[in-house]
Write a protein that binds this ligand. Sequence first.
Ligand SMILES: [Zn+2]
Ligand SMILES: [Zn+2]
Length: 347
Amino acid sequence: MRAVLFHDIGSIHVGDYPDPALVDPGDVIVKVDTAAICGSDLHLLHGRIPGMRPDSPIGHEFVGTITQAGPDVQRFKPGDRVVGSFLIACGRCWFCERHEYSNCDQLWVLGYGMFTGDLDGAQAEYVRVPIADLNLHAVDASLSDEQVVFAGDILTTGVYICERAGIKPGDTVAIVGAGPVGLFTLMNARAYAPERIFVVDMAADRLKMAESLGAIPLDSTKVNPVVEIQRATGERGADVVIECVGLAPAFTTALNSVRAGGTVAVIGVHSDLSYDFPLGEVWRRGVTIVMGATCNVQEHWDKALALVKEGTVDPTILITHRLPLEDAVEGYKLFEAHEALKVILKP
Ligand SMILES: [Zn+2]
Ligand SMILES: [Zn+2]
């Protein structure tokens, strides 16, 4: 089959790779109809993910059709259309029993190297999905591939972090970062009927997209977003701030933008080992800090897909590029240069 293969840090290519076969009785093989490039695929390309096997398939956002199912698979059969979770949970450990799948002891990820299960990725013609009953979701026939392809990752991440942030009707919400996760968070936050949502970013096109989705854009290259949010709220600050960047200055902006007694929820992926945390100030103001960590996909994708089906969330508006799988290298270049918001690959 053809697949997007990780070669070395900074180097991917589209090449031939052996077709996957069933290994465990709970596996299925999925013929990938539509895949997407995720921001976390760039971490791998940039060498931040140890243990990548050279010339192995990458990618974990996909929708497709089952071609083979192992004898233990109960919920699916060949011919079923499915969307996959990036996170492959075991379904048996202490955390999985409590439906905390993102804390799974096993924590496998498709196409993310040998420390996360050494599973081949889904930017390919076919992919093997272990423990399929838990890690795939059936796709409603009325929904298109492009409406559901993000349900196993960033769309559901938006649903998950809004829920954890505890937005209430009438709240003032601020979202720091208008990349794909920030924009999905915005789309989902609207469903909680807040009074208003500020979105902070530095990229004009992304802020324009946020504005078209009903947010008040704050361009941090032109204004001080903290001052603007404080001014708009009678110097109180926002009730809920959701940080979708994953860099220390963005977290600081979030802390400075929230009101006393408010909540800062963090879904941006942080890798700094330490941070000069204003402990006394945050204690005095009684701020609740919710660290999102990895999205609990399997617990939230029902809700995400329901929001898409009822029309509350339209994931397709974030798709800026649609390319054949053979042109994936070009897609990665556009995505890396922020010239593309979401890139779809068609095997
Ligand atoms: Zn991802
Ligand atoms: Zn588990």
